[in-house]
Write a protein that binds this ligand. Structure first.
Ligand SMILES: CCCCCCCCCCCCCC(=O)SCCNC(=O)CCNC(=O)[C@H](O)C(C)(C)COP(=O)(O)OP(=O)(O)OC[C@H]1O[C@@H](n2cnc3c(N)ncnc32)[C@H](O)[C@@H]1OP(=O)(O)O
Length: 251
């Protein structure tokens, strides 16, 4: 009798959970459809204050109050390395200029978003300190890029830890700039990342990317993610970027 009651309760709890999940997913879809109906272009008008808009003139790669001591220290170290010209600081403006040029390329079946309506890049759509805080430095002769990165609480995966998707986003974004600066506009064909140790939210990591080999339109790169003191290797990745074949994509 008691067994029967327990089984009935388990089935009914399962039913209510499944129903709840279904209703939540329907509500999310309806919200999305509503937003889409209002305006065929993303983003919907009222995405709230947590966005740094494309039109902003501010250089978000410079230190702000959310930066930890470690991030400031590394930033100033790299700025010093820039003095002899071996390394160059990549400003937000330079990244936006690249992006603007990229938005002029036409891809099959892709409608460009209305100017000024779209946010700068995925990595800049968060309020100061909550998402991706970073600065990048480029070494042309060594074909290397360094990204100093501090991931905020909105990038959480496991409690207190950075989501792997946020880590690979920052790796991909850094080496995408490196490959683009090396041979012109490229796209990620693959990126294979190995996560070796979890990264605590708010800690500072150093992403090192380098070009290993170029074969015609293909750029092979490798990258690593270390702690600021270089003692911990968090992740390693190998990737292929392919230079855009504009004749093909213009069709
Ligand atoms: C970001 C900074 C700068 C820019 C700012 C912009 C905004 C920032 C945005 C941040 C952006 C962040 C970055 C992002 O998020 S980029 C977004 C994520 N990536 C994509 O969506 C790319 C989707 N894929 C494609 O569009 C095409 O497949 C590409 C363009 C990659 C190649 O298609 P295409 O038609 O052009 O070339 P092809 O097919 O003739 O192949 C050519 C050669 O490549 C070899 N191959 C191809 N694929 C693979 C593979 N998977 N493994 C091994 N090999 C592969 C192939 O065998 C051939 O080799 P070979 O036979 O000649 O030896």
């Amino acid at each position: 009798m008691r067994e029967g009651l327990r089984a009935t309760l388990a089935v009914s709890a399962g039913f209510w959970c499944a129903l709840g999940e279904m209703l939540r997913s329907c509500a999310a879809r309806l919200r999305m459809l509503g937003a889409l109906r209002k305006d065929e272009h993303w983003p919907a008008r009222n995405l709230g204050p947590a966005l740094r808009w494309f039109s902003s003139e501010k250089d978000f790669c410079l230190p702000n109050p959310s930066w930890s001591e470690d991030l400031r220290h590394l930033f100033h170290q790299f700025m010093k390395k820039c003095e002899d010209g071996s390394w160059t600081y990549i400003s937000e403006k330079e990244m936006l200029d690249l992006q603007k040029k990229a938005s002029e390329l036409s891809f099959q079946n892709v409608k460009p978003m209305k100017k000024k309506q779209f946010p700068s890049t995925l990595t800049r759509n968060f309020q100061e300190g909550l998402g991706f805080e970073y600065a990048m430095f480029y070494n042309k002769d060594e074909r290397r890029i360094v990204c100093l990165f501090q991931g905020g609480p909105l990038l959480q995966g496991f409690p207190g830890l950075l989501h792997g998707g946020a880590i690979v986003t920052m790796v991909d974004y850094s080496i995408s700039i490196l490959s683009t600066k090396t041979i012109g506009f490229t796209m990620t064909a693959y990126i294979n990342i190995t996560y070796k140790r979890p990264i605590p939210i708010g800690s500072v990591v150093v992403i090192n990317g380098q070009v290993d080999k170029i074969e015609e339109r293909k750029v092979f790169l490798s990258s690593s993610v270390h702690s600021a003191d270089e003692k911990t290797l968090y992740s390693e990745a190998t990737s292929l970027f392919v230079q855009l074949n504009l004749e093909k994509s213009e069709t």
